[in-house]
Write a protein of this length. Structure first.
Lengths: 112, 113
C-alpha cells in the first residue's frame, strides 16, 4: 500500500521551460512534505519543503504547491536548467514520528 | 560542517553471509535513519534511532537490525543475506526538530551474489 505516489517515472523538458513534478498521497496524518533531488552515486539532497498548514512555498526557481483537499502536491522548477536533470523524490512526514515516507521518484531530464 | 558519511561505499557479499554498515551523522544531529533503495521501489524506511534508542521501525524482517552509539554514530546489520538484499543503503541524520529535514549520506552499495 503505497502512501506516497509519484505516477510519472520520467519527465523530459526543454531548457528554460517549466518542469512540473507531481505527487499524490493517501494518509491525512502527513503534516509535512519534502522534495529531494538525487544524482547517480550520491545520496538524496534536500530541496524544498512545505508544512501542511500552507499551500505554497517558494525558494528561488523552486516552488512547491500543496492541495490538501486533493491530497496532491507539485514541484515547479522555473526556468529549468540542464543541471536540474536528476531523480526527484517526494517525501511525507507522519505526525508523531521521525519517519519519512518516500515516493518512487521521477527522473527529470532537461534538454539543452 | 562535515556531511553524513557512510562506510564502506561498496560491498560484495555472498548469500548467507552477514554484513555491517556504518554511518556517521552530521555533528550535533542525534537522529539517524536508515533506508533501502532498490530500482523502481524508491526509498524504503528501515529504522530510526535517537539517543541510542530505536524509535521507529519499517516493515523489514528481523534479519535487519541496527544500533546507535553514544556519539550518535550508527551501524546497520543484515544477517543471512539474500539476493534480494542487493540495494543502496542510505543513512540520514537530522536534528529531530520541527522541520523534519533529513540529510543523507552517499550510501553503501551492497551486492549479494
Amino acid at each position: 500500500d503505497q502512501q506516497v505516489k509519484q505516477n510519472s517515472p520520467s519527465l523530459s523538458v526543454q531548457e528554460g521551460r517549466i518542469s512540473i513534478l507531481n505527487c499524490d498521497y493517501t494518509n491525512s496524518m502527513f503534516d509535512y512534505f519534502l522534495w529531494y533531488k538525487k544524482y547517480p552515486a550520491e545520496g538524496p539532497t534536500f530541496l524544498i519543503s512545505i508544512s501542511s498548514i500552507k499551500d505554497k512555498n517558494e525558494d528561488g526557481r523552486f516552488t512547491v504547491f500543496l492541495n490538501k483537499s486533493a491530497k496532491h502536491l507539485s514541484l515547479h522548477i522555473v526556468p529549468s536548467q540542464p543541471g536540474d536533470s536528476a531523480v526527484y523524490f517526494c517525501a511525507a512526514h507522519q505526525g508523531g514520528s521521525e519517519k519519512l515516507v518516500f515516493g518512487k521518484g521521477t527522473k527529470l531530464t532537461v534538454n539543452p | 560542517k562535515a556531511g553524513v558519511t557512510q562506510t564502506p561505499r561498496y560491498l560484495i557479499k555472498t548469500r548467507g553471509q552477514q554484513v555491517t554498515l556504518s554511518c556517521s551523522p552530521i555533528s550535533g544531529h542525534r537522529s539517524v535513519s536508515w533506508y533501502q533503495q532498490t530500482p523502481g521501489q524508491g526509498l524504503q524506511f528501515l529504522f530510526e534511532y535517537f539517543s541510542e534508542t530505536q524509535r521507529n521501525k519499517g516493515n523489514f524482517p528481523g534479519r535487519f537490525s541496527g544500533r546507535q552509539f553514544s556519539n550518535s554514530r550508527s551501524e546497520m546489520n543484515v544477517s543471512t543475506l539474500e539476493l534480494g538484499d542487493s540495494a543502496l543503503y542510505l543513512c540520514a541524520s537530522s536534528l529531530s526538530g520541527a522541520n523534519y529535514e533529513q540529510y543523507f549520506g552517499p550510501g553503501t552499495r551492497l551486492t549479494v551474489t
